[in-house]
Design a protein around this ligand. Structure first.
Ligand SMILES: O=C(O)CCC(=O)C(=O)O
Ligand SMILES: [Fe+2]
Length: 356
């Protein structure tokens, strides 16, 4: 039996200082514990910056375009992120998952706490896993699904849980197919074939992968400029597929441009390169540093599909991407090992396994 994500996190509990969510709607002013200053967000060396004057942002790629693969490859190299249109996921399903997410977070706090994530658990309702690395609290609440959500959903919706489970199952299946397709488009664009990465068992049978679904809610905030929805991080995935409702908040970082907002494009999905794809591509693809801001008038929902390889397979740089006179940029790791390193060292995880 391969290690599951649940096993990994059970062995690496995250002790959060604040396990109970406040009632965000009751707060008229930002409490001190939610007020961020630049020194509270310095784990990644991302210099504070004004938004780019050019309005430049990550590309929106039409998957039906004949040149889509090259555009995806280029976006993975320059941004580590892009949006996709014509991805084939039915609009209705996106609407369903948005409805599920908004319904979940609109439940009374007491009901949500019935499905609270335990200290050693992965799944359920709670604050972001990365919260333990920061002194300040984030203006958001989350719900993590890994494996069947049936038990948790039954506690949330005694009547409707089966309908909601069906939506999650269908959504995850569509996301798996799409993530696999995008990964191959990106790899093929840099000359890597299925044969070149046979050892990573990333074959086109998309059932091999593991994944989690992270639902996020960023409530309306009385002082958004001083609050942080989700602090800067990179994802520990191969790829993350993110659906956002029609409210801006996601920002990606680029060394030359600073923090750049990703405008919601109705019906499209955001794709992030995660740390494992960065490792696999020997650093050619960037794992994108990103965060979520909040605003004063509209609440924001997002659904992140966190996708990675079979958790016990060693991932290392594709040999043909490594120069014969150099060693690969990173030591090989399994996803399970990497998640443990990330749970301990967070922003330093990649440098811990970098070859010098
Ligand atoms: O809400 C967003 O836009 C970002 C969510 C995210 O980065 C995550 O869940 O890992
Ligand atoms: Fe993320």
């Amino acid at each position: 039996m391969p290690t599951t994500l649940t096993d990994v996190f059970r062995g690496h509990p995250i002790h959060l200082p604040h396990s109970h969510q406040p009632d965000f709607t009751a707060l008229r002013e930002l409490p001190d514990s939610y007020t961020w200053t630049p020194k509270d967000d310095i784990l990644f060396a991302a210099a504070p910056s004004p938004p780019p004057a050019t309005g430049e942002t990550i590309p929106l790629i039409d998957l039906n375009h004949p040149d889509a693969a090259n555009q995806i490859g280029l976006a993975c190299k320059t941004w580590g992120a892009f949006q996709i249109a014509n991805h084939g996921v039915p609009l209705e399903l996106l609407q369903d998952i948005e409805f599920l997410t908004s319904s979940l977070f609109r439940l009374p706090v007491q009901r949500k706490l019935k499905a609270a994530r335990s200290e050693t658990g992965v799944t359920g309702y709670g604050v972001a896993r990365i919260a333990s690395f920061f002194n300040k609290q984030m203006w958001s609440e989350g719900f993590t699904i890994s494996g069947s959500p049936l038990n948790d959903f039954r506690k949330l919706w005694p009547q409707l849980h089966l309908n909601y489970c069906d939506i999650v199952e269908e959504y995850e299946e569509q996301m798996r197919k799409l993530a696999s397709k995008l990964m191959w488009l990106a790899l093929n664009s840099i000359g890597v074939s299925e044969e070149d990465v046979k050892w990573a068992r990333l074959n086109s049978d998309f059932n091999w992968a593991q994944a989690a679904l992270q639902l996020n809610h960023y409530p309306v905030c009385p002082q958004p400029d001083q609050a942080m929805g989700l602090a800067a991080h990179t994802d520990s995935t191969l790829l993350t597929l993110l659906y956002q409702n029609n409210t801006a908040g996601l920002q990606v970082f680029r060394d030359d441009l600073g923090w750049v907002t990703v405008p919601p494009v109705p019906g499209s999905l955001v794709v992030n390169v995660g740390d494992l794809f960065h490792i696999l591509s020997n650093g050619l693809f960037k794992s994108v540093l990103h965060r979520a801001r909040v605003n004063q008038t509209r609440s924001r929902f997002s659904v992140a599909f966190l996708w990675g390889p079979q958790s016990d397979i060693r991932i290392s740089s594709v040999p043909k991407l490594v120069s014969p006179v150099e060693s690969p940029l990173y030591q090989s790791v399994t996803w399970a090992e990497y998640l443990k390193i990330k749970a301990t060292h967070f922003n330093k995880a990649l440098s811990m396994i970098r070859n010098h």
